[in-house]
Design a protein around this ligand. Structure first.
Ligand code: ADP
Ligand code: ZN
Ligand code: ZN
Length: 741
């Protein structure tokens, strides 16, 4: 083939196509599909990075205008044919350029870390005579050579250190061709396997065995249907994952294990390392770009067989993928909110089809969308309905309205208060969960109702008691707490509601000898702070762990027998169509932290709406009941899975310009909708309509068919861009986003 098809690494609509380059003879042997190249581009022939996605003999433009590829920087293929297919799939599905998708798939940097090694050059003629001559003298060179005769192939830095010599004798020996200096690529380790005690397979109980066998049978039948593993919290799903992977490895295949967020699931990650040792690596956003590249390269070179990681681990370049497992598949972190706005479940499904692998989606509370697919036979379903310890926690709902009626104004209801007291007495551990950090939600005036708001964003400030400051959780700006109301000058300006800091203070006040740990965004900003807090709690250095949703997932502490949910209503009142689903999931997950070993778990859910179905079904541990009710609501309201939702937001610092543009777009949409019959909302302010002095307006469109909806929106946006100057505005498009507020 004479020409390479190259995608240029520039994000620009005009460059989003294939460019053809001729392959000069000296590169013919070095260039393969999926490699990186440098090519001259544009009038100035500036060198640009590009990726070869194919070869061809036919081109449309005049041969004389074709330029040559300049160089091939790597000696390995970055994108397998499968990954190029995945990039194309993403570009189409997530309405972005192929170049953006390729960049998303590959590591941010492509640089091996090289270390220099010295070896004796035995290829040189008369080398032994030369060596003998040198070592008969007492020089630095002779010192080096004597050492190398005994220990060939040593790092030059080590030679310097051990012999206490400079680099110069080594350089001279190299110059005289007596030794060779070679650069070896090293791949940094990001897990220290020695720190983990090796574990063996546990004997699966009947339900686990049933699930395991079901999935193995599907793998052997080469079924391409994704499999949903629905198992209650503590039912031993992770042990099933471990044994599935072990089986897949025995067939010579590789495994990708996705978890919602590495820093929040250290315990799960630990279990994989303990079981598989050096065969596993981990990738996540806290690693440096270089470290991430090394893990990527290890997978490419077949040095590891299992990658555990968050969303982006899906792009691990395994040659022979056998299984992808997505744990806690209902988590919102599996959808990227930056371009390309991909949903990793959709990519995993596609990747499994392309590589003949099996996709397993595990959860105690599968998303409504996923479970629906098991009901219409698009996915297979296998369930584990009992805990390993056969002991589901006892869930109590506490009606906070009654607490107030009877004069209890504190953040703890009487039953929860008594339970904490009892638990402390029994030397057991407690988790208190509140979906809100800081001290209180807002500071307001009791006289005139004025609420302290951030000056850049239209959200109320949150009071942080430790710093005695008002903090904006959207733009992080701070302000002092006023002593008189800025609006009416009264002195009745106070904070209301509760946050994690307030809970901590209350615990310290009422249970002064209890040791308390708090885990939220404010206490976990430092590296490893998550792990340290969890480690301390595990070692019973504290009796009570207070936290936000960070402590809701995946934790397995045997001595936790009590879980308190301070305010279940917070997730209910978000104005999002998923708020019931999110509440049910969160309550079930938090409750699932109690009584995981051989003690009975007790859970208290405090709420002002005890009759809400998401709370009632969570209490009864009734996922199916919840699903059956919710799916009817979704159908009536024409929400997913019965529709696709396109979220469009336009923002900018000039509110008039924003409104002009979005109203124009809205009219265009209404006009073309005469033929299509989509559900188009009115133009509305976003839930937080001003952030960092940017005004934000939204339109939400719902339609049954994804592709038609997408084409419709892109068509209308194009008209907008042609008719109105949108260069100072930002247009955000998000298909089936996590939140529509
Ligand atoms: P899940 O992932 O479903 O929440 P886990 O895999 O964390 O459940 O299992 C809960 C607890 O039970 C863990 O402490 C785990 O080590 C233990 N466990 C799981 N399977 C078995 C088994 N077959 N025999 C004994 N203990 C088990
Ligand atoms: Zn702000
Ligand atoms: Zn006032």
């Amino acid at each position: 083939m004479k020409y390479a098809e190259v995608i240029i690494d520039i994000t620009n609509e005009n460059v989003d196509k294939i460019f053809h380059y001729a392959i000069p003879d000296n590169l013919k042997e070095l260039i393969f599909i999926g490699m990186r190249v440098f090519v001259p581009f544009g009038f100035g022939n500036r060198l640009r990075e590009g990726y070869v996605i194919g070869f061809t003999n036919v081109i449309e433009i005049d041969e004389s205008r074709i330029k040559n590829i300049y160089s091939v920087p790597d000696n390995y293929i970055i994108f397998s044919k499968t990954m190029i297919e995945i990039a194309k799939f993403m570009a189409e599905k997530y309405y972005c350029s192929l170049s953006e998708c390729l960049q998303c798939i590959m590591p941010k940097i492509m640089k091996d870390k090289g270390e220099k090694y010295a070896i004796i050059n035995y290829d040189k003629e008369n080398i032994n005579e030369i060596i003998n001559k040198i070592i008969s003298k007492n020089t630095q060179q002779s010192k080096v050579l004597k050492f190398l005769l005994k220990n060939d192939n040593v790092k030059t830095v080590d030679i310097q250190k051990i012999l206490n010599v400079t680099l110069s004798p080594i350089k001279t020996l190299e110059k005289n061709e007596i030794i060779k200096i070679i650069t070896k690529q090293v791949k940094r380790n990001v897990v220290n396997v020695e720190n983990f005690k090796k574990t063996e397979h546990l004997n699966l109980n009947e339900s686990q065995k049933n699930a395991f066998n079901f999935i193995i049978k599907k793998i052997e039948e080469k079924s391409t249907k994704p499999i949903v593993l629905h198992g209650v919290t503590g039912s031993g799903k992770t042990e099933v994952y471990l044994q599935l992977i072990s089986k897949v490895l025995k067939k010579g295949k590789d495994a990708i294990m996705l978890v919602p967020e590495i820093s929040l699931t250290p315990q799960t990650v630990e279990r994989f390392i303990s079981r598989f040792g050096e065969k596993v690596s981990v990738t996540h956003s806290k690693l440096s770009d270089g470290e991430r590249f090394d893990q990527w390269k290890k997978a490419k070179d077949g040095e590891i067989k299992i990658m555990v990681g968050a969303r982006s681990a899906i792009f691990t370049p395994f040659e022979n993928l056998g299984i992808i497992i997505i744990d806690e598949e209902h988590e919102s972190t599996y959808k990227s909110e930056t371009t390309p706005k991909y949903n990793v479940k959709e990519i995993a499904e596609q990747l499994c089809i392309l590589s003949n692998a099996t996709l397993v989606l595990g959860s105690a509370t599968p998303s409504i969308d996923t479970y629906y697919k098991t009901q219409i036979n698009e996915y297979d379903l296998i369930s584990i309905n009992n805990r390993v310890n056969e002991n589901m926690p006892n869930i109590n709902i506490v009606d906070m309205r009654k607490e107030i009626e009877s004069g209890n104004m504190s953040v703890f209801s009487r039953p929860l208060f008594e339970a904490i007291k009892e638990n402390l007495k029994n030397n057991m551990q407690t988790i208190l969960f509140l979906n809100r950090r800081g001290h209180s939600t807002f500071v307001s005036c009791r006289k005139c109702g004025y609420v302290m708001e951030c000056k850049n964003c239209n959200v109320s400030y949150t009071y942080h008691s430790k710093e005695h400051k008002l903090v904006c959780h959207y733009c992080n700006s701070e302000e002092n707490v006023p002593t008189i109301c800025p609006s009416c000058n009264s002195k009745y300006i106070k904070y209301f509601g509760v946050g994690t800091q307030k809970i901590e203070e209350q615990i310290e006040k009422y249970f002064s000898n209890a040791k308390v740990l708090r885990m939220d965004m404010d206490t976990t900003s430092k590296k490893n702070s998550h792990q340290n807090i969890l480690e301390d709690f595990k070692n019973h250095k504290a009796d009570i762990l207070i936290g936000t949703q960070m402590i809701a997932k995946g934790l397995d502490f045997p001595k936790v027998s009590l879980v308190g949910v301070i305010a279940a209503d917070i997730t209910l009142n978000t104005g999002d169509y998923k708020s019931s689903e999110n509440t049910f999931q969160l309550l079930t997950q938090v409750a699932g932290r109690a009584g995981r070993a051989n003690i009975k778990g007790n859970v208290f859910i405090q709420t002002y709406t005890p009759e809400h179905y998401s709370i009632v079904f969570a209490k009864n541990n009734d996922y199916i009941g919840f699903y059956n009710k919710e799916i009817v609501e979704r159908k009536i309201m024409f929400y997913p899975p019965f529709s696709n939702i396109f979220f469009i937001m336009i923002s900018g610092d000039n509110e008039n310009n924003v409104l002009n543009a979005i109203k124009f777009l809205h009219n265009v949409m209404l006009y073309y909708n005469q033929k299509t019959n989509f559900y188009i909302s009115d133009v509305a302010k976003a839930y937080v309509y001003k952030v960092n002095n940017q005004y934000r307006y939204k339109i939400i469109i719902r339609a049954e068919e994804e592709t038609r909806l997408k084409n419709f929106v892109l068509y209308c946006i194009n008209i907008l861009k042609n008719k109105i100057d949108t260069t100072k505005l930002s247009i955000i498009l998000n298909l089936n986003p996590n939140y529509i507020s």
